[in-house]
Design a protein around this ligand. Structure first.
Ligand code: CP3
Length: 341
């Protein structure tokens, strides 16, 4: 039994005295102990070595005191397992030397046996569960098929993912074939993550907001819905689609257990658009963690006032920034934990 099951209770819609809190991208990025490991081991070595992934996953639980752990890994292990090469370049970020640009490239993409290709992830989950010793739930995650396509086609990060969009709009058949292959791989992967011990899964649609409402439905949401349908009876599912406030009504009817909200959508709009009943997660502007501590505490309390304590998970509206001082992250988490006490 979990000693701290606040996250699971918020996802079940139970009545709580304060919301659970965790921070997207909390494992790594800003913690000095993480920086030391980063200097010693390259990115995919950290992902592929279960002992290192475990150590990084547990760091924010020991050092910041969040109510949930998120496994240290990356959304790009999926394209890698599908035989799309992915590198992580210093100062550039993800770098895919052979991006997908045509139907023949899609034909070479495999739907792998995930238990073989991604065994290191499932091993990391098992080791992390042991070290966590039921202190807090463990979140597993995957990127949305659309967000994975963005990297697979563009070949690197981008301000507008113009090549990814042009691929979808000029070669829709090939795009849908690729999206379906990513969806099938992701479903098998997340099912195995649940079997290995994660308590919750989150889908990151980081680049959903690049699409207009109709294209979002066509190129992103229909695939997210397949993943939710396949997972919702096996675990709790959180969907976070950055910049996609317009899709909240349809997302809220999908069977998902919670929706992530970014800071550009107010609590009031998010509650209204999602129908008022569903658990929502978010939406502190990550850059606001650079404000003076008293301001962070005030804004964190206001965020709970705005969303309400019930059906709510306190979080950032996107990943924590690398330059956030540790005491600022702690102040945010502690302000949430001391709400109502
Ligand atoms: O939440 C966590 O801390 C768990 C680990 C995690 C990482 N990536 C580790 C990582 C998670 C949940 C992700 C998800 C991820 N990866 C997303 C979705 C969330 C989001 O931020 O929108 C995306 C789009 C990626 C792709 C990716 N991986 C990018 C764009 C980069 C480079 C820049 C950066 O730091 O985000 C990465 C590399 C990456 N993934 C790092 C970490 C800690 C930094 C590189 C390093 O440590 O060497």
């Amino acid at each position: 039994m979990l000693k701290n099951d606040l996250l699971l209770r918020a996802l079940a819609g139970e009545s709580l005295t304060r919301p659970p809190v965790w921070m997207m991208r909390q494992a790594g990025r800003y913690l000095p102990d993480f920086m030391k490991l980063k200097a010693k081991y390259d990115f995919f070595t950290r992902c592929q070595t279960p002992e290192l992934a475990t150590e990084i996953t547990v760091m924010p639980i020991d050092q910041i005191g969040t109510d949930a752990a998120i496994l240290f890994s990356d959304i790009l292990v999926i394209p890698q397992a599908m035989d799309i090469a992915v590198e992580m370049k210093d100062g550039v970020g993800p770098w895919l030397p052979n991006p997908i640009r045509a139907a023949k490239d899609v034909a070479n993409v495999v739907v792998p046996d995930v238990t073989d290709r991604l065994h290191y992830v499932f091993e990391a989950i098992k080791q992390t569960k042991k070290v966590l010793d039921n202190r807090v739930p463990l979140i597993g995650f995957a990127g949305s098929p659309w967000t994975i396509l963005c990297y697979a086609v563009q070949g690197q990060g981008s301000k507008n993912f113009d090549l990814a969009k042009s691929f979808c709009f000029s070669q829709p058949e090939a795009a849908h074939q690729l999206l379906q292959k990513i969806t099938d791989t992701t479903i098998a992967y997340l099912k195995q993550k649940v079997a290995a011990g994660v308590d919750v899964v989150q889908l990151f649609d980081s680049w959903g907001g690049m699409l207009g409402e109709d294209d979002y439905q066509t190129f992103s949401w229909q695939y997210m819905q397949q993943i939710i349908d396949a997972l919702k009876s096996k675990t709790k599912v959180i969907a976070f689609a950055k910049g996609c406030w317009f899709a909240l009504p349809i997302m809220a009817r999908s069977g998902v257990h919670a929706l992530g909200i970014d800071w550009t959508c107010s609590a009031r709009n998010a509650r209204y658009l999602s129908g008022g009943q569903l658990t929502l997660q978010g939406n502190f502007d990550p850059a606001r963690l650079l404000s003076p501590i008293p301001e962070i505490e005030k804004l964190a309390r206001k965020m709970i006032d705005d969303f309400g304590v019930q059906n709510y998970i306190a979080n950032l509206g996107h990943g924590i920034l690398p330059n956030v001082p540790v005491d600022h992250a702690k102040a945010f988490v502690n302000a949430i934990k001391s709400y109502n006490s």
